[in-house]
Design a protein around this ligand. Structure first.
Ligand code: MG
Length: 398
Protein backbone atom coordinates (compact mmCIF):
# COMPACT_ATOMS: atom_id res chain seq x y z
CA UNK A 1 0.00 0.00 0.00
CA UNK A 2 1.21 3.49 -0.86
CA UNK A 3 2.52 5.17 2.32
CA UNK A 4 1.96 8.61 0.79
CA UNK A 5 -1.73 8.02 0.30
CA UNK A 6 -3.54 11.16 1.42
CA UNK A 7 -6.34 10.88 3.94
CA UNK A 8 -9.38 12.89 2.88
CA UNK A 9 -12.24 14.18 5.01
CA UNK A 10 -15.40 14.63 2.95
CA UNK A 11 -17.83 16.98 4.70
CA UNK A 12 -21.19 16.64 2.99
CA UNK A 13 -20.35 13.23 1.49
CA UNK A 14 -23.95 12.40 0.54
CA UNK A 15 -24.52 15.63 -1.44
CA UNK A 16 -23.78 16.14 -5.10
CA UNK A 17 -20.15 17.35 -4.67
CA UNK A 18 -19.49 14.81 -1.90
CA UNK A 19 -20.60 11.87 -4.05
CA UNK A 20 -18.50 13.10 -6.97
CA UNK A 21 -15.50 13.49 -4.63
CA UNK A 22 -15.93 9.85 -3.58
CA UNK A 23 -16.03 8.85 -7.29
CA UNK A 24 -12.58 10.41 -7.62
CA UNK A 25 -11.26 8.80 -4.43
CA UNK A 26 -12.46 5.45 -5.86
CA UNK A 27 -10.77 6.31 -9.18
CA UNK A 28 -7.35 6.79 -7.47
CA UNK A 29 -7.18 4.27 -4.61
CA UNK A 30 -3.36 4.51 -4.51
CA UNK A 31 -3.48 8.28 -3.95
CA UNK A 32 -6.44 8.87 -1.67
CA UNK A 33 -8.30 7.30 1.21
CA UNK A 34 -11.67 8.50 2.54
CA UNK A 35 -10.78 8.86 6.24
CA UNK A 36 -13.80 10.81 7.49
CA UNK A 37 -17.28 11.03 5.95
CA UNK A 38 -19.80 13.56 7.25
CA UNK A 39 -23.49 13.81 6.29
CA UNK A 40 -26.30 15.97 7.60
CA UNK A 41 -29.28 13.60 7.56
CA UNK A 42 -28.99 11.09 4.68
CA UNK A 43 -28.32 8.16 7.02
CA UNK A 44 -28.83 5.28 4.57
CA UNK A 45 -26.60 6.79 1.92
CA UNK A 46 -23.91 7.49 4.54
CA UNK A 47 -24.08 3.88 5.76
CA UNK A 48 -23.69 2.63 2.19
CA UNK A 49 -20.69 4.90 1.62
CA UNK A 50 -19.12 3.77 4.90
CA UNK A 51 -19.45 0.09 3.89
CA UNK A 52 -17.90 0.80 0.51
CA UNK A 53 -15.06 3.16 1.53
CA UNK A 54 -14.26 1.86 5.03
CA UNK A 55 -13.37 5.27 6.53
CA UNK A 56 -11.89 5.62 10.01
CA UNK A 57 -14.94 7.58 11.11
CA UNK A 58 -18.39 8.78 10.01
CA UNK A 59 -20.46 11.60 11.49
CA UNK A 60 -24.16 12.20 11.02
CA UNK A 61 -24.90 15.80 12.00
CA UNK A 62 -28.57 15.27 12.93
CA UNK A 63 -28.36 13.52 16.29
CA UNK A 64 -31.65 11.61 15.93
CA UNK A 65 -30.02 9.36 13.30
CA UNK A 66 -27.02 8.52 15.51
CA UNK A 67 -28.26 5.18 16.90
CA UNK A 68 -29.50 4.04 13.50
CA UNK A 69 -26.08 4.64 11.89
CA UNK A 70 -24.25 3.15 14.90
CA UNK A 71 -26.36 -0.05 14.74
CA UNK A 72 -25.89 -0.41 11.00
CA UNK A 73 -22.10 -0.07 11.25
CA UNK A 74 -21.57 -2.07 14.45
CA UNK A 75 -18.85 -4.67 14.04
CA UNK A 76 -17.22 -2.80 11.14
CA UNK A 77 -14.71 -0.99 13.39
CA UNK A 78 -15.81 2.36 11.92
CA UNK A 79 -16.22 5.06 14.56
CA UNK A 80 -19.60 6.82 14.53
CA UNK A 81 -20.31 10.26 16.01
CA UNK A 82 -23.16 12.81 15.83
CA UNK A 83 -23.64 16.55 16.12
CA UNK A 84 -21.98 19.62 14.62
CA UNK A 85 -19.40 19.94 17.43
CA UNK A 86 -18.11 16.46 16.58
CA UNK A 87 -17.46 17.65 13.00
CA UNK A 88 -15.33 20.64 14.03
CA UNK A 89 -13.43 18.32 16.41
CA UNK A 90 -12.93 15.47 13.92
CA UNK A 91 -11.44 17.58 11.10
CA UNK A 92 -8.51 18.51 13.35
CA UNK A 93 -7.27 14.85 13.50
CA UNK A 94 -3.57 14.65 12.65
CA UNK A 95 -4.20 11.81 10.16
CA UNK A 96 -6.29 14.06 7.86
CA UNK A 97 -4.42 15.76 5.03
CA UNK A 98 -7.23 17.34 2.99
CA UNK A 99 -10.71 18.48 3.97
CA UNK A 100 -13.28 18.72 1.19
CA UNK A 101 -15.92 21.17 2.44
CA UNK A 102 -19.09 20.30 0.53
CA UNK A 103 -21.84 20.93 3.03
CA UNK A 104 -24.68 23.30 2.21
CA UNK A 105 -24.74 26.95 3.25
CA UNK A 106 -23.75 28.54 6.54
CA UNK A 107 -23.34 25.13 8.21
CA UNK A 108 -19.91 24.85 6.57
CA UNK A 109 -18.37 27.79 8.42
CA UNK A 110 -17.41 26.27 11.79
CA UNK A 111 -15.67 23.19 10.39
CA UNK A 112 -13.84 25.25 7.73
CA UNK A 113 -12.45 27.47 10.51
CA UNK A 114 -11.38 24.39 12.51
CA UNK A 115 -9.69 22.97 9.37
CA UNK A 116 -7.70 26.17 8.82
CA UNK A 117 -6.68 26.33 12.49
CA UNK A 118 -5.34 22.77 12.31
CA UNK A 119 -3.30 23.50 9.17
CA UNK A 120 -5.26 21.41 6.67
CA UNK A 121 -5.28 21.60 2.95
CA UNK A 122 -8.87 22.60 2.10
CA UNK A 123 -10.72 21.88 -1.12
CA UNK A 124 -13.45 24.48 -0.74
CA UNK A 125 -16.81 23.64 -2.29
CA UNK A 126 -18.83 25.44 0.37
CA UNK A 127 -18.71 28.93 -1.18
CA UNK A 128 -21.07 30.31 1.48
CA UNK A 129 -18.16 30.14 3.96
CA UNK A 130 -16.35 32.88 2.02
CA UNK A 131 -19.56 34.82 1.35
CA UNK A 132 -20.46 34.89 5.04
CA UNK A 133 -17.05 35.37 6.62
CA UNK A 134 -14.47 36.05 3.90
CA UNK A 135 -12.70 38.71 5.94
CA UNK A 136 -12.29 36.37 8.93
CA UNK A 137 -11.20 33.42 6.75
CA UNK A 138 -8.60 35.58 5.03
CA UNK A 139 -7.21 36.67 8.41
CA UNK A 140 -7.11 33.07 9.70
CA UNK A 141 -5.30 31.89 6.56
CA UNK A 142 -2.64 34.56 7.14
CA UNK A 143 -2.23 33.41 10.75
CA UNK A 144 -2.08 29.71 9.79
CA UNK A 145 0.19 29.74 6.77
CA UNK A 146 0.43 25.92 6.79
CA UNK A 147 -3.24 25.80 5.76
CA UNK A 148 -4.13 26.41 2.12
CA UNK A 149 -7.44 26.87 0.35
CA UNK A 150 -8.02 25.40 -3.12
CA UNK A 151 -11.27 26.23 -4.93
CA UNK A 152 -13.58 23.44 -6.08
CA UNK A 153 -16.10 25.77 -7.75
CA UNK A 154 -15.62 25.38 -11.53
CA UNK A 155 -15.29 29.14 -12.15
CA UNK A 156 -12.75 29.60 -9.38
CA UNK A 157 -10.82 26.52 -10.52
CA UNK A 158 -10.69 28.30 -13.90
CA UNK A 159 -9.37 31.54 -12.36
CA UNK A 160 -6.79 29.56 -10.42
CA UNK A 161 -5.58 27.83 -13.59
CA UNK A 162 -5.50 31.10 -15.59
CA UNK A 163 -3.47 32.78 -12.83
CA UNK A 164 -0.77 30.09 -12.56
CA UNK A 165 2.54 31.75 -13.43
CA UNK A 166 1.03 35.25 -13.57
CA UNK A 167 1.76 38.26 -11.37
CA UNK A 168 -1.29 39.57 -9.51
CA UNK A 169 -0.41 43.18 -10.46
CA UNK A 170 -0.78 42.27 -14.16
CA UNK A 171 -4.44 41.32 -13.71
CA UNK A 172 -6.98 43.89 -14.90
CA UNK A 173 -10.18 42.02 -14.15
CA UNK A 174 -11.77 38.63 -13.65
CA UNK A 175 -14.50 37.60 -16.09
CA UNK A 176 -16.81 35.27 -14.20
CA UNK A 177 -18.94 33.18 -16.53
CA UNK A 178 -22.56 32.27 -15.73
CA UNK A 179 -24.85 29.89 -17.61
CA UNK A 180 -27.73 32.28 -16.95
CA UNK A 181 -29.73 29.43 -15.40
CA UNK A 182 -33.10 28.00 -16.48
CA UNK A 183 -34.81 31.43 -16.76
CA UNK A 184 -32.31 33.23 -18.97
CA UNK A 185 -34.79 33.39 -21.85
CA UNK A 186 -38.01 33.48 -19.78
CA UNK A 187 -39.57 36.99 -19.82
CA UNK A 188 -39.23 38.84 -16.49
CA UNK A 189 -43.02 39.21 -16.14
CA UNK A 190 -43.44 35.41 -16.06
CA UNK A 191 -40.97 34.88 -13.21
CA UNK A 192 -43.53 35.38 -10.38
CA UNK A 193 -45.39 32.30 -11.69
CA UNK A 194 -42.48 29.87 -12.12
CA UNK A 195 -42.48 26.85 -9.80
CA UNK A 196 -39.76 25.04 -7.87
CA UNK A 197 -39.96 22.22 -10.45
CA UNK A 198 -39.28 24.74 -13.28
CA UNK A 199 -36.35 26.22 -11.38
CA UNK A 200 -34.83 22.79 -10.68
CA UNK A 201 -34.38 22.10 -14.40
CA UNK A 202 -30.87 23.46 -14.90
CA UNK A 203 -29.79 23.45 -18.57
CA UNK A 204 -26.15 22.31 -18.12
CA UNK A 205 -25.18 21.39 -14.58
CA UNK A 206 -26.62 18.66 -12.40
CA UNK A 207 -26.38 19.97 -8.81
CA UNK A 208 -28.11 19.99 -5.44
CA UNK A 209 -31.48 21.75 -4.98
CA UNK A 210 -30.15 24.77 -3.02
CA UNK A 211 -27.51 25.74 -5.59
CA UNK A 212 -29.87 25.06 -8.49
CA UNK A 213 -32.33 27.64 -7.14
CA UNK A 214 -29.42 30.03 -6.44
CA UNK A 215 -28.45 29.55 -10.06
CA UNK A 216 -32.00 30.34 -11.23
CA UNK A 217 -32.06 33.64 -9.28
CA UNK A 218 -28.36 34.22 -10.15
CA UNK A 219 -27.68 34.66 -6.43
CA UNK A 220 -25.11 31.90 -7.02
CA UNK A 221 -23.17 34.19 -9.36
CA UNK A 222 -23.31 36.99 -6.80
CA UNK A 223 -21.92 34.57 -4.21
CA UNK A 224 -19.21 33.48 -6.63
CA UNK A 225 -18.20 37.10 -7.21
CA UNK A 226 -17.68 37.47 -3.43
CA UNK A 227 -15.93 34.08 -3.29
CA UNK A 228 -13.53 35.21 -6.06
CA UNK A 229 -12.85 38.47 -4.28
CA UNK A 230 -11.53 36.65 -1.18
CA UNK A 231 -9.81 33.79 -3.01
CA UNK A 232 -7.86 36.01 -5.40
CA UNK A 233 -7.76 39.41 -3.67
CA UNK A 234 -9.55 41.23 -6.52
CA UNK A 235 -11.95 44.11 -5.78
CA UNK A 236 -15.62 43.43 -6.63
CA UNK A 237 -15.63 46.32 -9.16
CA UNK A 238 -12.93 44.40 -11.09
CA UNK A 239 -15.01 41.24 -11.32
CA UNK A 240 -17.30 41.20 -14.33
CA UNK A 241 -20.10 38.67 -14.81
CA UNK A 242 -20.45 37.27 -18.35
CA UNK A 243 -23.41 35.11 -19.35
CA UNK A 244 -22.20 32.11 -21.36
CA UNK A 245 -25.09 29.66 -21.79
CA UNK A 246 -23.00 26.68 -22.99
CA UNK A 247 -20.88 26.49 -19.77
CA UNK A 248 -17.78 25.40 -21.72
CA UNK A 249 -15.64 28.43 -20.86
CA UNK A 250 -15.46 28.14 -17.08
CA UNK A 251 -14.11 31.67 -16.57
CA UNK A 252 -11.50 34.10 -17.90
CA UNK A 253 -8.84 36.49 -16.64
CA UNK A 254 -8.19 39.77 -18.49
CA UNK A 255 -4.68 41.21 -18.13
CA UNK A 256 -3.48 44.81 -18.33
CA UNK A 257 -1.73 44.19 -21.68
CA UNK A 258 -5.11 43.38 -23.29
CA UNK A 259 -4.62 39.61 -23.26
CA UNK A 260 -7.41 37.34 -21.97
CA UNK A 261 -6.87 33.76 -20.72
CA UNK A 262 -9.77 31.33 -20.52
CA UNK A 263 -10.10 27.81 -19.17
CA UNK A 264 -12.41 25.44 -21.04
CA UNK A 265 -13.86 22.04 -20.28
CA UNK A 266 -17.08 20.05 -20.29
CA UNK A 267 -19.61 21.11 -17.64
CA UNK A 268 -18.82 18.28 -15.21
CA UNK A 269 -17.93 18.94 -11.56
CA UNK A 270 -15.57 15.94 -11.53
CA UNK A 271 -13.09 18.19 -13.40
CA UNK A 272 -12.67 20.98 -10.85
CA UNK A 273 -12.77 18.45 -7.97
CA UNK A 274 -10.06 16.36 -9.64
CA UNK A 275 -7.96 19.50 -10.23
CA UNK A 276 -8.29 20.64 -6.58
CA UNK A 277 -7.40 17.17 -5.25
CA UNK A 278 -4.37 16.98 -7.55
CA UNK A 279 -2.93 20.25 -6.21
CA UNK A 280 -0.16 21.08 -5.53
CA UNK A 281 1.44 18.07 -7.25
CA UNK A 282 -0.26 18.15 -10.64
CA UNK A 283 -3.15 16.94 -12.71
CA UNK A 284 -4.70 13.51 -12.25
CA UNK A 285 -5.01 11.72 -15.59
CA UNK A 286 -8.46 10.26 -16.13
CA UNK A 287 -10.42 8.07 -18.51
CA UNK A 288 -13.34 10.57 -18.41
CA UNK A 289 -14.97 11.77 -21.62
CA UNK A 290 -12.75 14.44 -23.18
CA UNK A 291 -13.95 17.58 -24.96
CA UNK A 292 -14.24 17.40 -28.74
CA UNK A 293 -14.58 20.05 -31.47
CA UNK A 294 -18.34 19.35 -31.55
CA UNK A 295 -18.63 20.52 -27.94
CA UNK A 296 -17.18 23.91 -28.94
CA UNK A 297 -19.10 24.64 -32.15
CA UNK A 298 -21.21 27.38 -30.58
CA UNK A 299 -19.83 29.50 -27.76
CA UNK A 300 -21.78 32.68 -27.06
CA UNK A 301 -21.40 35.47 -24.50
CA UNK A 302 -23.76 38.23 -23.35
CA UNK A 303 -24.14 40.79 -20.55
CA UNK A 304 -26.25 39.78 -17.54
CA UNK A 305 -29.66 41.41 -17.00
CA UNK A 306 -29.39 43.13 -13.61
CA UNK A 307 -33.05 44.25 -13.70
CA UNK A 308 -34.41 40.77 -14.25
CA UNK A 309 -31.98 39.24 -11.71
CA UNK A 310 -31.73 41.99 -9.05
CA UNK A 311 -29.85 39.76 -6.59
CA UNK A 312 -26.75 40.36 -8.72
CA UNK A 313 -26.96 44.04 -7.81
CA UNK A 314 -27.69 43.11 -4.18
CA UNK A 315 -24.53 40.98 -4.09
CA UNK A 316 -22.31 43.79 -5.42
CA UNK A 317 -23.82 46.22 -2.90
CA UNK A 318 -23.30 43.72 -0.06
CA UNK A 319 -19.69 43.16 -1.12
CA UNK A 320 -19.09 46.93 -1.16
CA UNK A 321 -20.65 47.41 2.28
CA UNK A 322 -18.82 44.41 3.74
CA UNK A 323 -18.96 43.62 7.46
CA UNK A 324 -21.93 41.39 8.29
CA UNK A 325 -23.99 42.41 5.22
CA UNK A 326 -22.98 39.41 3.06
CA UNK A 327 -23.66 37.12 6.06
CA UNK A 328 -27.17 38.58 6.38
CA UNK A 329 -27.70 38.24 2.62
CA UNK A 330 -26.71 34.58 2.77
CA UNK A 331 -28.91 33.79 5.79
CA UNK A 332 -31.96 35.48 4.23
CA UNK A 333 -31.33 33.67 0.97
CA UNK A 334 -31.14 30.27 2.70
CA UNK A 335 -34.51 30.87 4.38
CA UNK A 336 -36.08 32.24 1.18
CA UNK A 337 -34.83 29.35 -1.00
CA UNK A 338 -36.01 26.71 1.49
CA UNK A 339 -39.44 28.44 1.60
CA UNK A 340 -39.64 28.58 -2.20
CA UNK A 341 -38.74 24.86 -2.44
CA UNK A 342 -41.66 24.18 -0.07
CA UNK A 343 -43.97 26.28 -2.29
CA UNK A 344 -44.53 28.77 0.53
CA UNK A 345 -43.50 31.81 -1.51
CA UNK A 346 -43.15 32.85 -5.16
CA UNK A 347 -39.85 32.84 -7.02
CA UNK A 348 -39.60 36.63 -7.10
CA UNK A 349 -40.37 36.78 -3.36
CA UNK A 350 -36.83 35.43 -2.85
CA UNK A 351 -35.50 38.85 -3.98
CA UNK A 352 -37.87 40.74 -1.69
CA UNK A 353 -36.93 38.66 1.36
CA UNK A 354 -33.20 39.03 0.79
CA UNK A 355 -33.38 42.78 0.17
CA UNK A 356 -35.76 43.55 3.05
CA UNK A 357 -33.75 41.44 5.52
CA UNK A 358 -30.60 43.38 4.60
CA UNK A 359 -32.46 46.70 5.05
CA UNK A 360 -33.75 45.69 8.50
CA UNK A 361 -30.57 44.14 9.89
CA UNK A 362 -27.99 45.99 12.00
CA UNK A 363 -24.49 46.15 10.49
CA UNK A 364 -21.30 45.12 12.30
CA UNK A 365 -18.36 46.58 10.37
CA UNK A 366 -15.48 44.35 11.47
CA UNK A 367 -17.16 41.21 12.76
CA UNK A 368 -15.69 38.54 15.00
CA UNK A 369 -16.80 34.91 14.66
CA UNK A 370 -19.43 35.54 17.37
CA UNK A 371 -20.79 38.51 15.39
CA UNK A 372 -21.28 36.28 12.37
CA UNK A 373 -23.08 33.68 14.49
CA UNK A 374 -25.38 36.37 15.93
CA UNK A 375 -26.02 38.07 12.56
CA UNK A 376 -26.82 34.74 10.93
CA UNK A 377 -29.34 33.82 13.65
CA UNK A 378 -30.93 37.29 13.67
CA UNK A 379 -31.24 37.45 9.87
CA UNK A 380 -32.83 33.98 9.71
CA UNK A 381 -35.40 35.09 12.21
CA UNK A 382 -36.21 38.30 10.29
CA UNK A 383 -36.36 36.43 6.98
CA UNK A 384 -38.73 33.82 8.44
CA UNK A 385 -41.07 36.59 9.61
CA UNK A 386 -41.01 38.09 6.12
CA UNK A 387 -41.87 34.66 4.66
CA UNK A 388 -44.89 34.43 6.99
CA UNK A 389 -46.06 37.91 5.98
CA UNK A 390 -45.68 37.13 2.29
CA UNK A 391 -47.57 33.84 2.64
CA UNK A 392 -50.52 35.72 4.16
CA UNK A 393 -50.38 38.38 1.40
CA UNK A 394 -50.00 35.83 -1.41
CA UNK A 395 -53.03 33.93 -0.10
CA UNK A 396 -55.06 37.16 -0.07
CA UNK A 397 -54.07 37.77 -3.71
CA UNK A 398 -55.18 34.27 -4.83
MG1 MG B 1 -19.81 27.61 -9.88
Amino acid sequence: MNQNRRNIAVLGSTGSIGRQTLDIIAEYPDLFRAWLLVANSSADLLIGQARQFRPHMVIIAQEQYGDYVRDALSGTGIEVATGSEAIAQAVTAAEIDTVVTAMVGYSGLESTIASIQSGKRIALANKETLVVAGELIERLLQEHSDSVLYPVDSEHGAFYQCLVGERREDVERLMLTASGGPFRTVPAERLPQVTAADALKHPNWSMGAKITIDSATMMNKGFEMIEARWLFGIEPRDIEIVVHPQSIVHSMVAFKDGSVKAQLGLPDMHLPIRYALGLPDGRLASACRKMTIEDMVTLTFERPDFDKFPLLRTAYAAARQGGTVPCVMNAANEIAVASFLQDKIRFTDIYTIVEKTIEQSPLVEHPTYEDYVASNADARCRASHLVDELMINNKRLK
